[in-house]
Design a protein around this ligand. Structure first.
Ligand code: NAD
Length: 298
């Protein structure tokens, strides 16, 4: 029975995951190495709950009670010492994740399940650095966590069936819809999404169509809420490149080779929304979607 949860990393995903657990009545220890990340996370959760209140989905009392369920820590060993589940949502870097899992394995109670929100790192590899690989599992939430229904649950090579079952049930208790996958590069979400994004970039690079045309075709033709190039900007072009590299290395198949245009954009610092420029320009202070100068029609 899971009652208390630690969330590691108070960034984009960590604050959303803490938000959802706290709102459902779980006791949440939110852990980050940076105090300012924790302060920002609490402010973001408060603001996002205000938005829910404005839409009638939450009351002021429920907000107060949810925020009261969250305690912040900068020391991982303290934050995980008495919880039933840890959901790790720290920076997507193999060395950071392996070191966090070694540390949480040493300090979390023996019965605790250790989950990771990684987008692309092997669950089996992460599990192998712990003494409890049967209790390590992938719990891949989507951004923004309070809004998106899906949790991709990833069963590592050694994950025990009872652990998978518990995480599937837990995801449902959070109001989410879980979908189970095995642990192979990109799992399912990114294995299918990233080649589509890469193909959109290759099509642009080859001059088959422009930015707006590609996104319009995929939005109106396939009923996607966002075109693949806009979605790539939203996810972050550096993140897309890193995941394509994981697919390329993991399968050894040239079909996953990242488009050279994507590589150039990331190398030159055009990372999408977070840097102000990707396939679209975000530096103009309006909500309009304006194609970045390099891609605008001549
Ligand atoms: P982020 O950069 O917004 O936040 C990462 C946080 O981790 C930072 O606040 C950082 O201070 C903290 N951190 C770094 N090292 C730490 C440590 N040793 N201990 C505790 N905290 C530490 O990143 P994010 O976008 O929230 O991504 C987090 C994870 O979620 C990644 O694995 C990513 O692949 C995955 N993910 C991201 C998205 C997305 O759209 N952003 C979607 C699904 C999954």
């Amino acid at each position: 029975m899971i009652k208390s949860v630690a969330v590691i990393g108070g960034g984009t995903m960590g604050n959303g995951i803490a938000h959802v657990f706290a709102q459902k009545g779980y006791s949440v220890n939110l852990i980050d190495v940076r105090q300012e990340a924790l302060d920002k996370a609490l402010a973001t959760i408060g603001k996002n709950m205000d938005r829910q209140i404005a839409k009638g989905g939450l009351t002021e009392e429920e907000k107060a009670s949810a925020l009261g369920n969250i305690t912040t820590y900068t020391e991982l060993s303290k934050g995980v010492s008495a919880v039933d589940l840890v959901v790790e949502a720290a920076t997507e870097n193999v060395d950071i994740k392996l070191s966090i899992f070694r540390e949480m394995d040493a300090h979390a109670p023996a019965h605790a399940i250790l989950a990771t929100n990684t987008s692309s790192i092997s669950i089996t590899k992460i599990a192998a650095v712990t003494q409890r690989p049967t209790q390590v599992v992938g719990m891949h939430f989507m951004n923004p966590v309070p809004v998106m229904k899906l949790v991709e649950v990833i069963e590592g090579f050694k994950t025990d069936e009872s652990v998978t079952k518990l995480i599937l049930e837990l995801s449902k208790s959070l109001g989410k819809v879980p979908a189970l996958t095995k642990d192979y590069p990109g799992f399912i979400a990114n294995r299918i999404l990233m080649p589509m994004i890469n193909e959109a970039i290759i099509s642009l690079h080859e001059g088959v169509a422009g930015v707006e045309e590609i996104d319009t075709i995929m939005k109106l033709g396939m009923a996607h809420p966002m075109g693949p190039l806009q979605l790539a900007d939203f996810i972050g072009l550096d993140v897309c490149l890193a995941i394509l590299n994981v697919l390329h290395d993991g399968f050894g198949n040239p079909k996953y080779a990242p488009c050279p245009l994507l590589v150039n954009m990331v190398t030159s610092g055009d990372l999408g929304v977070k840097s102000g420029r990707g396939f679209y320009d975000y530096g103009h202070g309006t909500k309009d979607l304006i194609v970045a100068p390099g891609f605008a029609k001549k």
